[in-house]
Design a protein around this ligand. Structure first.
Ligand code: IPM
Ligand code: MN
Length: 334
């Protein structure tokens, strides 16, 4: 029983197993928080899919939530629950750090950058319609209000974590109006942060450069409209070993939800084979957000030491360990 209560959305597929690892490791590390598990199975209300009131109240009361993967239906008439959560709580900034993990070998060994993705609009606005048979429009919505708050957040974030530069990643050569607005607002806001450098890079060029040599991105915060951030963050995750190793935080003014970016992996669900690292690292971001830095540092070190040792890696990382064996190895190092 702790001083803080945090909402836990365990999620689908491997969600409950990887959530269990986080719970076990947190209790072994004596983190002063109590979990409040909520069900977010969608309900129908006036023909719309909504999140149950109980879950909404829990996140609003606790201000902080940790979330496992929720399966996303593909096709017409379904809005992803992941997106519904981001919208419901107005989680306008999606922070996705991309940091190499010592002990997990990739062609790059010193990646340390961070992407901030606008999280409420762009191509994710959900505004789509058929014009006439065979012609559809999907609207990319960019507003001054949403752009300003995520850009201001990015500059503030750079200052807080000690990055030298904020770089907008865009395609304003083609999306002249929407990305053009985003870019102009960034220029305006940069004036309020004279100590942080500011520049911009075309998205295609950024993709090419970052897979060629990621190190020039280490002193930068990359900020961009929603869909670019979705795609570029997966690409960057590939630089450090994949989605099993990358955390994220959806930040709003009133509350924040920390989540693993990977899917629910139904093929291995319930078998005790899942890698809980991404959810664990998301829970570390959550502890930092809550100012529980000592616990964050202690658990993070235990995770990195366990990965570096390489004896208890899960299958996705080329090992044979079960989820609970990996978690127990981390607990031994606390
Ligand atoms: C992500 C995911 C989501 C997205 C899906 C699950 C809706 O890919 O968090 O990056 O597209 O934003
Ligand atoms: Mn994605």
């Amino acid at each position: 029983d702790g001083n803080y209560t945090v909402t836990l959305i365990e999620g689908d597929g491997i969600g409950p197993e990887i959530s269990q690892s986080v719970k076990d490791i947190f209790s072994a590390a004596k983190v002063p928080i109590k979990w409040e598990s909520v069900d977010v199975t969608p309900q129908l209300k006036d023909g719309r899919t909504v999140i149950p009131d109980k879950a909404i109240d829990s996140v609003k009361t606790n201000f902080v939530a940790l979330k496992g993967p929720l399966a996303t239906p593909i096709g017409k008439g379904h809005v992803s629950l992941n997106l519904t959560l981001r919208r419901t709580f107005n989680l306008f900034a999606n922070v996705r750090p991309c940091v190499s993990i010592a002990g997990y070998k990739t062609p790059y060994d010193n990646v340390d950058t961070v992407l901030i993705r606008e999280n409420t609009e762009g191509e994710y606005s959900g505004i789509e319609h058929v014009v006439i048979d065979g012609v559809v429009q999907s609207i990319k919505l960019i507003t001054r209000a949403a752009s300003e708050r995520v850009l201001r957040f990015a500059f503030q974030y750079a200052e807080d974590v000690g990055k030298r530069k904020v770089r907008v990643v865009h395609k304003a050569t083609i999306m002249k109006m929407s990305d053009g607005l985003f870019l102009n607002i960034a220029r305006e806001i940069s004036k309020d942060f004279p100590q942080i450098e500011f520049d911009a890079e075309l998205l295609d060029n950024a993709c090419l450069k970052i897979v060629t040599d990621p190190t020039p991105y280490n002193d930068k915060v990359l900020v961009m409209p929603n869909l670019y951030g979705d795609i570029l963050s997966d690409m960057c995750a590939g630089l450090i070993g994949g989605l099993g190793l990358t955390p994220s935080g959806n930040i709003g003014d009133e509350c924040s939800i920390f989540e693993a970016v990977h899917g629910s992996a139904p093929d291995i669900a319930g078998k005790g084979l899942a890698n809980p690292t991404a959810l664990l690292l998301s829970s570390i971001m959550m502890l930092q957000h809550m100012n529980l830095h000592e616990h964050a540092d202690q658990i993070q070190k235990a995770i990195f030491d366990t990965l570096a040792e390489g004896k208890y890696l899960t299958g996705d990382l080329g090992g044979k360990a079960k989820t609970h064996e990996y978690a127990e190895a981390i607990i031994k190092k606390l």
